[in-house]
Design a protein around this ligand. Structure first.
Ligand code: FE
Length: 201
């Protein structure tokens, strides 16, 4: 019998955040679910970022980021804007309302309920990702709206899958790979998640 049932890991609950940065030229943001408070004294937050994201490079260089908590009011367009494009080429904040916290990084409005400004104390190389151990430099609760969980996103926000197609669908963004089999080293061209995030249609 298989010792590791990967679906067991799907039972861990996560929130969804926009992680904002600035590379010295422009503001950038990405969708992130791997954020957790690790200790309260000193106040420490850990954030995992995929190396394929331009933000990872920026955080390694600048040592700072904002974690902005999305609420259930947030619709799919925000995930398309921040999750399915690279900030290297595109201005992800174009025509979007936001303001800046003390560290000069963006905080979105209306669809968020809090933000936390972080300063990186340690960067741990995990091959595909970096895990950043951070100190909180500023934090504010903005509204009492419910935070969006990963589960809520999958149930109510994510784009519905086209069931006429055959192949594999990315459980993160809904991208469909039409072919058989799905290559083991496949990376979703939209959200950059690996083949393990795909299920057969
Ligand atoms: Fe995807």
């Amino acid at each position: 019998m298989e010792l590791i049932d990967k679906t067991a890991l799907f039972k861990i609950s996560y929130g969804l955040y926009v992680l904002t940065t600035n590379d010295g030229k422009k503001d950038n943001g990405m969708i992130c679910n791997t954020v957790m408070q690790v200790t309260s004294e000193p106040l420490t937050v850990a954030v995992g970022i995929n190396k394929a994201n331009y933000s990872c490079e920026t955080v390694l260089k600048t040592k700072k980021m904002n974690v902005v908590t999305l609420t259930e009011k947030c619709d799919f367009s925000i995930f398309e804007r921040f999750g399915f494009a690279s900030g290297k080429e595109k201005d992800k904040f174009e025509n979007l309302k936001y303001w800046k916290s003390q560290n000069g990084l963006p905080v979105l409005v209306d669809i968020v309920n809090s933000f936390i400004s972080l300063e990186v104390k340690e960067s741990i190389d995990l091959e595909t990702h970096y895990l950043f151990i951070c100190q909180v430099t500023e934090a504010k609760s903005i509204s009492d709206d419910n935070s969006m969980t990963y589960d809520y996103y999958h149930k109510y926000v994510k784009r519905k899958t086209d069931t006429t197609k055959k192949g594999y669908v990315c459980t993160i963004c809904g991208y469909i790979y039409e072919g058989e089999p799905l290559p083991e080293d496949f990376i979703c061209p939209i959200c950059k998640y690996p083949a393990s995030a795909f299920v057969k249609l």
